[in-house]
Every structure is written in structure tokens, then in C-alpha cells.
Design a protein around this ligand. Structure first.
Ligand SMILES: Nc1nc2c(c(=O)[nH]1)N[C@H]1C(S)=C(S)[C@@H](COP(=O)(O)O)O[C@H]1N2
Ligand SMILES: [Mo]
Length: 330
């Protein structure tokens, strides 16, 4: 199949996020990023909010702020409002309704936390959360996110390329895939009582996908540490794939030789393939993937927008799939 590239879609007329506020804040973050990476800067958000008279955060004012430099890999599109990004979530460990994660994820304990990296690597080891927060310079990456269910958002993540972490453990020549395992603790996660998929939530990428500069090891959102409902304390964000590949609340990464079976492949192999690249030309067996609804843009009459090949990232990642039949490798 031919991989076509598209221009980034033009923002719609309705302007819900006060763009100036967010842009202003991004500049402040960028300015701070050069000198103070990953430190607490409580003054930052409040300064921007005061300057505009708008509470952009909407979040917990006690949440740790993260200084990050603005990335050239960000989309120029307007970020989806904070309120939407943090209250309309998929995190089945806390229930399957969109508002379940924001209601229940406060029970998630994010300290102590560590991520075990093992398997086909020369230097297997655990990374403590404090080390993970400062492993590499933090960048703000504003990414389009496309859920397999047909909605999309634009989220201002903070993190660094997963490749930074991978390099430190030195994958062996047998490491062809990376498997991501996320927390499954029934004491903290009410949703585990329901076997919607096989727990723990398990995702995987081919090694070259995992090493791609767009693949973000994510520690923050909207200038702060990740809210629990968005996958605290650390998650993956893989913007050219359907949202479910972006596993939340990671506890281990395993490097393996054979292609792993992910949780979604196990639950419904004909619906969820290993690659799950966003592709408007390949329908889900139960619905088309050609269009999407951009959350936060509003109105019941809002037109669905066309979904872009590889979610608009085909220029950057298309070569990873050269010569592959994307209809078979869905
Ligand atoms: N552990 C875990 N990770 C997960 C999920 C989940 O249920 N559990 N849902 C996925 C899906 S379907 C989507 S669309 C995104 C949503 O991320 P967000 O709520 O931060 O926007 O998380 C993904 N990561
Ligand atoms: Mo999703």
C-alpha cells in the first residue's frame, strides 16, 4: 500500500483554548528549560495564569511543575483544553467509562516507583522514578492523539525520547521487540476486577519503532507531572499509532526476540493488530477509521475531520514500514 503524506490539518474556527495563554506559558517553560531541567518551578504556571486572567491548569496547583524546552516535533495545532485531556480518558484499570479514571485514579500510589528493564539487554537494571525524571533533558511535545474509537485530541506531553532510556541498557542483537508491562494492583485499581482484557495491560513495539525519535517516554502533561488518570508516573506516547499502544503507568520493559502478543491482540486478534498504525484506509472490522472527532472543538454539529495517514506523522515514520502490506500488517 502506498503511504501518502498530508499537511497538518488547519485548526477550526472555534477557539476554545485561549491560545495566547498556552503559547505564553510555553515560552516561559522553554526559558526555564535551559537551566533547570526537571525541577519544581511553582511560580511558572501561576505567572502565566495571572497574566491572562485565566486558569489554564485547571489542575492541582500543588502538582509538581516540570521545566521543559519546546520541541520542534510538536504539532502547531492548538492543544485540547486541559479539562478535556484530564477528564475524558481510557484507563481500563480504573473502569471502562471515560470519566472512571478521573474518579478513581487518585487511589494510584506513584511513589515509590521504579521501572525494571530486562530481557535481551547487556545491562538489565531498574530505574527509580527520580532517575527517570532526570534521565535526559525534558521536552514539551504537543502531539495529535488518535483513539481507535474515532476521537482525537492534541496533548502537550513532557518527556524525552524512549531511545534515551533504551541506549543505556544496550539491547543485544537478539532484541527485536520491546514489551511494555503496566501496573496491575487490585488494591489500587478497581477495574482489574473485570476481565475486559488480560491483565496486566501489555503493549509492544518493534525495536526500531521504540527507538524512533517520536516515541516519547512521558513524565508530564500541561507543564506538570502526569495526572494519575493520564498514566502517572511514567507512560509511553506513540503518536502515529492508535492510542492503546501508548501504555500508561509502566512498571517494566522487556526486550525480546519474537513478536509479543499484546493484551488487545489476545482479547480480539481480528480487531487489533500488532502494528495498529493510524490508517484511514484500513477499517476496523466494526467501523471505518477514515474520519475522527476532535474533542474540545465542540458542538454536536461539528464536522468530523479526515484522519491522516499515520496520524499525520507519515513523513517521519513511513520509512519504517516500506514494502509492508499495511492491510495485512494492521
Ligand atoms: N495501562 C493502560 N494504558 C492505556 C490504556 C489502558 O486502558 N490501560 N488505554 C489506552 C487508550 S485506548 C488510549 S486512547 C490512551 C488514552 O490516554 P489519555 O487518557 O492520557 O488520553 O491510553 C492508552 N493506554
Ligand atoms: Mo484508545
Amino acid at each position: 500500500m502506498l503511504i501518502r503524506t498530508h499537511d497538518a490539518s488547519t485548526p477550526a474556527a472555534s477557539d476554545i483554548t485561549p491560545r495566547e495563554v498556552w503559547r505564553n506559558r510555553r515560552h516561559l517553560l522553554a526559558a526555564a528549560g535551559g537551566t533547570a531541567l526537571g525541577v519544581t518551578l511553582p511560580a511558572l504556571a501561576s505567572t502565566a495564569a495571572k497574566a491572562s486572567g485565566t486558569i489554564m491548569q485547571g489542575g492541582d496547583s500543588k502538582a509538581q511543575k516540570l521545566a521543559a524546552t519546546a520541541s520542534k516535533l510538536s504539532t502547531p495545532e492548538r492543544a485540547t483544553p486541559y479539562k478535556v485531556v484530564t477528564t475524558y480518558n481510557n484507563f481500563y484499570e480504573f473502569g471502562t467509562e471515560k470519566d472512571d479514571p478521573v474518579k478513581h485514579a487518585h487511589r494510584l500510589r506513584t511513589r515509590p516507583w521504579s521501572v525494571r528493564v530486562e530481557g535481551e539487554v547487556a545491562k538489565p537494571r531498574s530505574f527509580d522514578i527520580e532517575e527517570l525524571l532526570t534521565l535526559a533533558p525534558l521536552e514539551e511535545r504537543i502531539y495529535r492523539m488518535r483513539c481507535v474509537e474515532g476521537w482525537s485530541m492534541v496533548s502537550p506531553w513532557i518527556g524525552y525520547p524512549l531511545a534515551e532510556l533504551i541506549r543505556r541498557v544496550e539491547p543485544t542483537s537478539k532484541a527485536r521487540y520491546a514489551e511494555f508491562v503496566t501496573l496491575a494492583d487490585p488494591k489500587q485499581m478497581n477495574g482489574l476486577a473485570v476481565p475486559v482484557i488480560s491483565w496486566p495491560y501489555m503493549e509492544a513495539l518493534r525495536l526500531d519503532e521504540a527507538m524512533h525519535p517520536l516515541t516519547l517516554f512521558t513524565v508530564g502533561l500541561y507543564g506538570e507531572v502526569l495526572p494519575n488518570q493520564n498514566g502517572a508516573p511514567v507512560r509511553l506516547v506513540v503518536p502515529w499509532k492508535y492510542g492503546f499502544k501508548s501504555a500508561k503507568s509502566l512498571v517494566s520493559i522487556r526486550f525480546v526476540e519474537k513478536q509479543p502478543n499484546t493484551s488487545w491482540m489476545r482479547s480480539s486478534p481480528e480487531e487489533y493488530g500488532f502494528y495498529s498504525n493510524v490508517n484511514p484506509e484500513v477499517s476496523h472490522p466494526r467501523w471505518s477509521q477514515a474520519t475522527e472527532r476532535r474533542l474540545g472543538e465542540d458542538g454536536f454539529m461539528q464536522r468530523r475531520r479526515p484522519t491522516l495517514m499515520m496520524n499525520g506523522y507519515a513523513d517521519q515514520v513511513g520509512s519504517l514500514y516500506a514494502g509492508m502490506d499495511l492491510r495485512r500488517n494492521f
